[in-house]
Design a protein around this ligand. Structure first.
Ligand code: MCA
Length: 497
């Protein structure tokens, strides 16, 4: 049997050839048949551009139907898809290209330069040199044979050391998780997914789209999240997936309520903690209890609140079928019910390791195959999981992970800064907002000076939204900066407007 994940998608595209797949508000819909033709053309173009099975293809382009075809074309050809956040600066992209050593980098027209690797372009409107190549390529009909354990994608996640790591995801990882979610969330033949997430991360790229591709259903495909536009498209949809910021922004619309959600059966949230306040406010306004689930780039989805059964605010539900979770102490001992420890997971969803980082990989896995998530949590007597914090120093802003070390290293290059601690504190829109606490070497250090330093070097979403000056950072007896004390001290920073 062909272990290529795409083979199961193509079977659905063929079976539903005349039915819509991508519902496009500003253009003609793409049927499953159209998508299949575009995928075969993209695979043909990739082959003609020199890409072979097993090669990496790095992609940093705006969300478009053509980008979906490019992604699936990579799978069809047996290449390894490496998506990058469009917010990354050229300096950040250079690192990924050097690390991934792709056979092709597909970027936006205005990002063209001498990258040291072959380049093709794809713009937001679906034009560019890659689109031209696809239009004239001989379509590739055969689905490349792949073993289930072969790589399908590498997804970069930032690291606590500041260096990004490429999580290697196999066809089997993606296929098993998609099949699990289809069952867990009770996907129906007439479901229509409302898709407004970016497609360069696990949530929008795999979790959301694979449910559609595996079932031959369709999605309303929006270029991004705009609360009003999103609310307007709910009436033609039945399911949606978003980060908590989606839900808080919907709640900020004065007219949003039951009427807009009348045709919806399921609202799913992930990538960042959904506050109990948002959960309850959403239920009060719409009658829907948002289903919160928990995953990571390295493991895809681990747990989910139940489709049928009690969805409890502030919890991430139960381990998905086939996934094992446990709570462990610092020495790896399994802790008792209710005790807080590190969440560890094992299952067919868990990645095989970090690209070209065997030592880092070994550090994160236990001998018995459990992966250490770095998230702190507990399990109750029913095995329901609650996340209480993170062992790793990470800020989650609007569903994007920001690793303080990466930001601190750059700010500390400023001559006017003696030292800095970057933290996340509650933010009304993004859940957490990035703040730089700075000890100046001389006079005050302002936000403008920090922005000037980081401009072009660090994606905007990682940059501090506030800078506060302090005479000294609080430290414990070991000399370690007490970030908890700083988080407490500045907890209300964004409340002040
Ligand atoms: C945009 N900005 C942000 C963020 N997004 N700042 C901090 N955090 C953010 N998340 C800044 C921009 O830099 C810009 O700043 C200003 O906000 C407006 O930018 P714009 O692009 O217009 O923002 P937006 O469209 O309103 O975006 C907000 C958003 C977006 C819709 C919440 O961030 C988003 O789509 N987030 C989803 C992230 C996601 O998919 N995560 C999944 C990761 P300025 O004007 O100052 O330049 S996968 C994952 O986590 C795991 C596996 C899982 O479980 O799902």
């Amino acid at each position: 049997m062909n272990g290529n994940l795409y083979a199961s998608f193509e079977a659905q595209f063929l079976a539903h050839a005349d039915e819509p797949c991508l519902r496009l508000p500003d253009a003609e819909d793409w049927s499953h048949g159209e998508l299949l033709a575009r995928v075969s053309a993209a695979a043909g173009a990739l082959a003609e551009l020199g890409v072979r099975a097993g090669d990496r293809v790095v992609v940093q382009v705006a969300k478009s139907p053509e980008c979906v075809a490019l992604y699936l074309g990579c799978l069809k050809l047996g290449a390894v898809y490496v998506p990058l956040n469009t917010a990354y600066t050229p300096r950040e992209v250079e690192y990924f290209l050097a690390d991934a050593e792709p056979a092709l980098f597909v970027c936006a027209e205005d990002a063209q330069r001498d990258w040291g690797v072959p380049v093709a372009t794809l713009d937001a409107a679906g034009g560019g040199s890659f689109a031209d190549a696809a239009a004239s390529a001989t379509p590739r009909d055969a689905v490349a044979r792949r073993a289930a354990g072969d790589l399908a994608a590498i997804v970069y996640t930032s690291g606590t050391t500041g260096r990004s790591k490429g999580a290697m995801l196999s066809h089997a990882n993606l296929a098993s998780n998609a099949a699990t979610l289809r069952e867990a969330w009770g996907w129906r033949d007439d479901d229509v997914l409302l898709h407004a997430l970016p497609i360069f991360h696990v949530h929008g790229l795999f979790v959301a789209m694979h449910c559609v591709f595996l079932t031959g259903t369709s999605m309303v495909f929006l270029p991004g999240f705009d609360a009003e536009a999103f609310a307007g498209h709910l009436e033609e949809s039945t399911v949606t997936m978003g980060v908590p910021t989606f839900y808080t922004r919907l709640l900020a619309l004065p007219d949003f309520g039951r009427e807009a959600c009348a045709g919806m059966r399921l609202f799913i949230s992930g990538s960042a903690p959904l506050t109990e306040q948002t959960f309850h406010a959403f239920e009060a306004r719409t009658g829907h209890r948002i289903l919160e689930r928990y995953g990571m780039s390295e493991t895809l989805m681990n747990t989910s609140n139940p489709l049928d059964g009690e969805r409890v605010a502030g919890t991430v539900g139960f381990a998905l079928p086939g996934v094992e979770t446990r709570i462990c102490g610092a020495d790896g001992e399994v802790l008792a019910t209710g005790a807080v420890g590190e969440i560890e997971v094992r299952g067919p969803n868990v990645f095989s390791g970090y690209w070209r980082m065997p030592e880092k990989t070994a550090e994160e896995f236990r001998d018995d195959g459990f992966f250490r998530t770095g998230d702190m949590g507990l399990m109750d007597a029913e095995a329901r999981v609650t996340i209480v914090g993170r062992a790793k120093d990470v800020v989650i802003s609007g569903g994007y992970n920001v690793y303080p070390k990466e930001v601190e290293d750059l700010i500390e290059e400023m001559p006017e800064v003696a030292e800095t601690a970057v933290i996340g504190v509650p933010h009304p829109d993004f859940g957490e907002g990035v703040v730089a606490v700075v000890v100046p070497a001389g006079g005050e250090v302002g936000l403008g000076a920090v922005e000037d330093t980081l401009r072009g070097r660090l994606a905007r979403f990682k940059q501090p939204k506030r800078v506060v000056n302090l005479d000294a950072l609080p430290r414990n007896a070991m000399g370690k900066v007490q970030k908890n004390a700083l988080r407490e001290r500045y907890a209300a920073l964004f409340d002040e407007g």
